[in-house]
Design a binder for this molecule. Structure first.
Ligand code: DX5
Ligand code: ZN
Length: 216
């Protein structure tokens, strides 16, 4: 069994509350919130104020993905906003600051995650693997929805599954970018247990069946 985390980057921003209700009715348990600063990635999306407003209207698990330079500056704000999982990028700061940011997240009782962009090797997460609850493998260059899945990330995903089994078996292994029923299956075979899906989920005609199939 895998967990689907629908990415609200593909939702209707004018009607977010009804979108969250709809997502919940499909049986999905998590909600993926993409936060972008226009520096770490060439796009902007939800910040901590928006995350707080989202928290106020949904009890789904908030899976917050910070695509933000030097995230240590904002992790307290995102934790206070109500993130359940708060994922930062290993490329966004020095290892020392990344370790410090993870500590801060944990001090709030929030579950920290660490993410790798496509060109970053699996080994980059090793210094943090015992301290995180989630590792996120990007299967597109972060920044935009509706991009093509990078199947060449699968060896890295499998390598990270091996590392997780060895060092922190309870840690989730999440994939994000271009996930549909077919690519989701490939990711599960390579060790993923949490699947983010934006455009494919929101475009699916029968979303309940999409959730069932992708999680099953
Ligand atoms: C991209 C974001 C993703 C995005 C995925 O940088 O991190 O979460 O919403 O969208 P799809 O599923 O359309 O690739
Ligand atoms: Zn994301």
């Amino acid at each position: 069994m895998a967990i689907l985390s629908p990415s609200i980057l593909s939702a209707d921003f004018v009607n977010l509350e009804s979108e969250f209700k709809m997502v919940k009715e499909t049986g999905a348990k998590w909600l993926h919130v993409d936060c972008m600063d226009g520096t770490f990635v060439p796009n902007m999306a939800f910040g901590y104020a928006a995350t707080k407003s989202i928290r106020a209207v949904t009890d789904m698990v908030l899976d917050v993905h910070m695509m933000i330079d030097k995230p240590i500056r904002y992790v307290d704000a995102f934790c206070d906003a109500g993130a359940d999982y708060l994922t930062i990028h290993v490329e966004a700061d020095t290892n020392e600051n990344t370790a410090e940011a993870i500590k801060k997240i944990k001090a709030h009782g929030v579950k920290p995650g660490i993410s790798v962009k496509p060109k970053t090797p699996a080994s980059a997460v090793l210094p943090f693997i015992k301290d995180v609850d989630l590792i996120l493998v990007m299967t597109v260059e972060p920044g935009f929805g509706n991009q093509k899945f990078m199947a060449d990330m699968m060896p890295k995903l499998a390598e990270l599954r091996g590392m997780i089994n060895q060092y922190n078996p309870d840690c989730h292994l999440e994939v994000d970018g271009g996930i549909n029923l077919e690519t989701g299956e490939t990711c599960k075979k390579n060790g993923a247990d949490v699947l983010v899906s934006g455009s494919s989920f929101f475009k699916a005609e029968d979303k309940k069946s999409f959730v069932k199939q992708i999680e099953g």
